[in-house]
Design a binder for this molecule. Structure first.
Ligand code: PEP
Ligand code: MG
Length: 595
């Protein structure tokens, strides 16, 4: 094995990576070595094929056995909701491109087992590197971790186990596989940092749901940091400080105390009602991208899932999921969240959510192109499959279905027709489906706002997607950093749009929620209550923050705040007036915060 060369580290060396899981950890580094193994490729004789094939097959079997063991240990630790990740790795171990191709290189091209495996892994990595999609590129790490395991087993090396850590440490690793992560003992590993990975990698999701601060994607952290040096990580900002000075150490210790105190205080709201001092209540729900986030949603007291973005299911790279595969995911979500509802949004691809196999990349203006429900109504077989899976899952508990990017009545009617036809078809073939599914739409186009009164007659609920609504209403690309300064939730046009949607919902007697990022910002909580939202759906960690704000105010007061804001003419005036108000009312929460 090659030893990596560490350079001298100056006091207070700062590295910045991806803020993957919030919280502050102060401890010593524990380097999980991943020095690349020297893989030697050589030609073999025909007589050697048999023993090389057999060595490779043994390595595959050993890897499977190890993963199954990890799965059993994880089961003991009540982390069963993450077991599908291990199952994914077990599936990769059956993959034709990985296993079949390695065996072919050994038998047909007479390459030794490790050389053949190395070639195949390089080829797969190259394919992944070319993919222009963050989520899919991050699946790279699944291949890396399984490739490493196979190679070690082939070469007869044993891998360090994180389960063996016996003191409090911050783990420094090139990458942590999900199998590594589920082995972490939270009382020992207080945080971790890695060279690779991003916010949507499985490792990041696990870190957030396990509540371990993590900074990922630091690129070279494993070559910089030796074992056992003091370090600090701030998973909320993505900052890592190596060899902190006394002063920095004291600063962060204070920050950590503040953070931990706030978290403990916030946690107290977990089981309290989301209601104002005078008893006005609304439902606080969670947004999820993956079914395994439900554990965190429950932990934070979510009263259901207000937005399940199903597009991530379609980004596995192995083609669209079958009806049964989707059914399994939706059913698991519903069963875990019962008795609260799960709101499943049908596929929302296109725009900034690019799925390579759907070939949507050629559009000149994808944000206004074949997105979301427009795509579903064109690719009707995909749509029908998803609707059937949702209908079937609805037998297991309360499900709400939601169609994204609606811009007219005709689209809603077409979607409802598809839903009804699939329901009839399922029932005709004796497959049960629930009859209580609520049908709703995302309100995220200006057209939907303007005809909200008509749309309200067609559906059971609205959910306002402010991420897109602000983009389309103010004509600002939500992903363009040059116009980000114009992305203003407190723009009078946005407020008027929200007011109009809420009024239309109220007059029609249907529920109205919000599931854009704005719903989880405690700064806006009082405005949203005053506007009349019945439900706010957000990142689970924000639920207690919004509750904290709600529980210290009377409903009658929030109306006055809104009335005042509605008289102001510019986004700046509205935002400033709101900030002043919130600082006065909640000095502990907002006084120090940069708004
Ligand atoms: C939104 O647009 O506000 C929303 C919640 O949907 P997404 O961010 O997935 O487009
Ligand atoms: Mg949207």
């Amino acid at each position: 094995m090659m030893a990596s060369v560490k350079i001298d580290i100056a006091e207070d060396t700062i590295l910045v990576g991806i803020a993957a899981a919030p919280g502050i950890a102060i401890s010593r580094s524990y380097l999980v070595s991943r020095d690349r193994m020297a893989v030697i490729e050589r030609r073999i004789s025909v007589e050697e094929v048999e023993p090389e094939v057999s060595a490779f097959k043994q390595a595959v079997e050993k890897s499977k056995a190890q993963l199954i063991e990890v799965r059993e240990q994880a089961d003991d630790k009540e982390l069963s909701e993450h077991l599908y990740i291990i199952d994914t790795h077990l599936l990769i171990l059956q993959d034709e491109m990985l296993i079949g191709e390695t065996l072919r290189l050994i038998s047909d091209e007479l390459i030794n087992a490790e050389g053949a495996l190395n070639r195949v892994l390089r080829k797969i990595r190259r394919v992944f590197d070319k993919i222009n999609d963050e989520y899919l590129r991050e699946r790279h790490s699944d291949i890396d971790s399984i490739g490493d395991r196979l190679m070690r087993n082939l070469l007869g090396e044993t891998r360090e186990s994180l389960a063996e850590v016996d003191e409090q440490v911050i783990v420094v690793a090139h990458d942590l596989s999900p199998a590594d992560t589920v082995q972490i003992d939270k009382t020992k590993v207080v945080g971790f940092v890695t060279d690779i990975g991003g916010r949507t990698s499985h490792t990041a999701i696990l870190a957030r749901s396990m509540g371990i601060p993590a900074v990922l994607g630091l690129e070279t952290v494993t070559s910089l940091v030796p074992n056992g040096i003091p370090m600090i990580i701030d998973g909320s900002t993505g900052t890592v400080v190596l060899k902190p000075s006394q002063e920095t150490f004291r600063d962060y210790l204070q920050k950590k105390r503040d953070y931990d105190y706030q978290e403990t205080e916030l946690h107290k709201f977990r089981n309290l009602a989301a209601e104002t001092l005078d008893g006005f209540s609304l439902a606080l729900r969670s947004n999820i991208d993956f079914v395994e986030e439900i554990a965190a949603a429950r932990e934070h007291g979510a009263q259901g899932i207000g937005l399940f973005r199903t597009e991530f299911l379609f980004m596995s790279g192995e083609g669209p999921p079958s009806e049964d595969e989707q059914l399994e995911v939706y059913r698991s979500a519903v069963e875990q969240m019962a008795p609260y509802p799960v709101t499943i949004r049908t596929l929302d691809v296109g725009g900034d959510k690019f799925v390579p196999e759907f070939n949507l990349s050629d559009e000149v203006n994808p944000a206004m192109g074949l997105r979301a429900v427009r795509f579903s109504l064109k690719e009707v077989n995909l749509f029908k499959t998803q609707l059937r899976a949702i209908l079937r899952a609805s037998v297991s508990g309360p499900i709400r279905i939601m169609f994204p990017m609606i811009s007219g009545i005709a689209e809603v009617r077409a979607c409802k027709q598809f839903l009804e036809r699939e329901r009839q078809d399922l029932l005709a073939t004796g497959i049960p489906c629930g009859d209580q599914i609520e049908v709703g739409i995302m309100v995220e186009t200006p057209a939907a706002v303007l005809i909200a009164d008509l749309l309200a007659k067609e559906v059971d609920f609205f959910s306002v997607g402010t991420n897109d609504l602000i983009q389309y209403c103010l004509a600002i690309d939500r992903g363009n950093e040059h116009v980000a300064y114009l992305y203003e939730p407190m723009h009078p046009a946005v407020l008027q749009a929200l007011l109009r949607v809420c009024k239309a919902a109220k007059s029609a007697g249907i529920k109205v929620g919000m599931c854009g990022e704005m719903a989880g910002e405690d700064l806006y909580a009082l405005v949203l209550i005053a506007l009349g939202f019945d439900e706010l759906s957000m990142n689970a960690a924000n639920i207690s923050r919004v509750k904290r704000i709600m529980r210290q105010v009377k409903y009658t007061e929030v109306q006055q705040i809104l009335e005042n804001l509605l008289t102001l003419a510019t986004a700046d005036e509205v935002a400033t007036a709101l900030e002043v108000e919130m600082r006065q009312r909640y000095p502990q929460v907002f006084a120090e915060r940069y708004l």
